[in-house]
Design a protein. Sequence first.
Length: 406
Amino acid sequence: MPVSSGLVSRDRRSLILPQEQWMERRRVMHGLLSGTALKQYGAWQEEESTKMMAEYVFHPQRWYRHHYRYANSVIVRIALGEQPLKSTKELEEMQNAVTFFVGSIGRSVVDWFPDLAKLPWFLQVWRPYWARLGQWNYDLYAKWYNPVKAKVENGTAPPSFVRDFLMHPDTRFKGDCDDLMYVAMQLIEAGSDTTREALNIMTMAALEYPEVFAKARAEVDRVCGVGKDARLPTLEDMDALGYICAMCKEVLRWRPIFPLTPDHTASQDIEFEGYYFPAGTGFTINGPAVCGECEEPERFMPERWLDGHEQDIAHGLWQFGGGRRICVGYRLAQRSLFINIARLVQCVDYKPNGPYNAEILNLEAVGEPFPVRATLRGEQYKAMIVEEAKKVGVLEEARFNRDKLQ
Ligand code: HEM
């Protein structure tokens, strides 16, 4: 893809690189899936989630911003080791980087007919526009990444994926400095927007299917107590909260985030159900079609996942891709969805705040994706969240209005 991969991504986003280029990047990214990493990062996910719940207490009308702030902060902490206090404007810029990149995939005819990129440069009239976007993207990445790189080099960086895997001498990563930067920053953009979108989809489901949310709340209440005896769910509750785990899967099935996964090429001949695909055939997963292969696909029905595999988010669900290229963040993503959905179900009531269309989630907008009135379940729940946020030291940050940052 000479435009989206070449000009916009400078041939450094593994997501759409050919095999010989993604393998080395993928090798280092696998550190994210290890049990030790998941345990260490789990503590940060819980803390950021507590902050998000407190943000709901102080600024409930900005519910959608809390989803993005959460998703971005968690992955920035994991990847770069920073506890970012980013302004709304900075978060919007990062969100735009994803939107512009994803929007560039296949938008230019050159990505469909890559030989056009072999024309003499003066005939490639599309180049300056996409190259400018690539430069803007590079500068944005550098602004976030360079201070962290400097700290790793001078030995003052806190634990992070960049410090402990990517730049660690034992890893022996074969790429150059810019490759390092793109691996780290790709994680941030891949991890932020997807998680935000999934939480927004959950909110839409809450408007459309209050009875499902009542059932889910009953499960959380059973495990975590009610009223003054209630506590916030934690990641350790995953085994006991099977219905919430099923909800996480249903959110991704009901309104698939990925209409198409990036296409992959068969490296050998394949025979499947009587069909023959020669090596070199391109494959992609048609998200809406695959997600619609079930009974009453339009219905939000977590029960369909209660099959003994509800804790395994990739089982029977193709929204993370599959096989060797399965999303490297899928376990982290599952834990983020679980902890936040469990807590939101427990503590927040959602009602429509004006007309909306349940088919349209307005995913690209920076504003509210659809009108919602979010209210806390009651004073006891507010107090519980505030107490918990105080305990982990995130109360003041949650109270703070990021719009005031420049
Ligand atoms: C609901 C959340 C998420 C969904 C639905 C999702 C989905 C996907 C999909 C469909 C792919 C492409 C798979 C393929 O090429 O076949 C992918 C790749 C990727 N995802 Fe995720 N993802 C999510 C969250 C995350 C998170 C939290 C992270 C970061 C830790 C992450 C990091 C990545 C990376 C780095 C790749 C590229 C992997 C490669 O090049 O092989 N994703 N994701």
